[in-house]
Design a protein around this ligand. Structure first.
Ligand SMILES: Nc1ncnc2c1ncn2[C@@H]1O[C@H](COP(=O)(O)OP(=O)(O)OP(=O)(O)O)[C@@H](O)[C@H]1O
Ligand SMILES: O=P(O)(O)OC[C@H]1O[C@H](OP(=O)(O)OP(=O)(O)O)[C@H](O)[C@@H]1O
Length: 207
């Protein structure tokens, strides 16, 4: 039996669709219930539903064999998990944005983000010393009310930036969701996991 940690939220639907396309018989509970543990006996699989940022934690600790996580989450924290497959779902990218024509404050430049490690590495590599301000959401608000000069955040359609009068300044990295595995579980259940990887790989959307 394999345990898979699924991210609740926007990746979930696409991940469920991908699994179904790979012929995994996922019951209607995946569409409507609030259950956090769903056993699919006929597939010998158990699914646990976690916050996207927590999926890696469940897999790293081995309580889930596999998980689905955004590349952004994997980049932000170095964790002891292997990345097995790019699922090419939930495509977006990480970018630096700010108000048009507004330069970084020269004395105390501040960057607001949900990704403090990615942001500090990026600005360090650019040779810029900035203060990172960690927020949990609505990152685009920060430059509008003077909390920061720049943000580092996810962009997908660009609508949130546009509707808040912000512009994208630099693109940091492309993001899609990945299948991850606990290293010990991979050693132990390699064949079973490879079968799942093959089935998923055959139905991954166009790159
Ligand atoms: N606008 C977007 N379009 C496409 N994919 C996105 C978008 N925003 C985030 N993602 C991807 O989906 C993942 C999960 O995002 P989601 O918004 O569901 O959860 P979260 O922001 O981590 O958590 P929560 O909003 O529940 O606190 C992100 O880690 C990223 O890989
Ligand atoms: O380019 P867009 O298509 O507009 O998408 C980008 C927005 O989506 C995410 O926010 P989310 O909806 O997860 O809300 P949050 O601010 O609470 O994280 C991200 O943080 C951006 O704000």
């Amino acid at each position: 039996m394999l345990t898979i940690a699924m991210p609740k939220g926007r990746i979930f639907e696409e991940a469920v669709e991908l699994l179904r396309r790979a012929d995994y018989a996922l019951p209607p509970e995946f569409d409507e219930s609030r259950k956090l543990v769903i056993d699919v006996a006929e597939e010998k699989m158990r699914f646990i539903l976690a916050k996207p940022m927590d999926v890696v934690t469940y897999v790293e600790h081995g309580v889930a064999d596999l998980g689905i996580a955004g590349k952004d989450v994997l980049m932000e924290e170095e964790r002891n998990v292997y990345e097995l497959l790019d699922l090419h779902i939930s495509r977006c990218y990480l970018a630096v944005a700010g108000l048009p024509g507004v330069a970084m404050n020269e004395i105390a430049p501040r960057v607001a983000t949900k990704y403090p490690n990615i942001a500090s590495t990026y600005f360090r590599e650019q040779g810029e010393q900035v203060e990172i301000i960690r927020l949990n959401g609505s990152i685009e608000l920060a430059p509008l009310i003077g909390l920061a000069d720049r943000i580092v955040d996810i962009v997908s359609t660009g609508r949130t930036l546009k509707e808040n009068g912000l512009v994208e300044l630099e693109r940091i990295a492309d993001v899609t969701s990945r299948l991850i595995v606990n290293p010990a579980s991979y050693r132990l259940n390699g064949e079973e996991i490879e079968r799942l990887v093959d089935r998923l790989a055959s139905v991954i959307p166009e790159r």
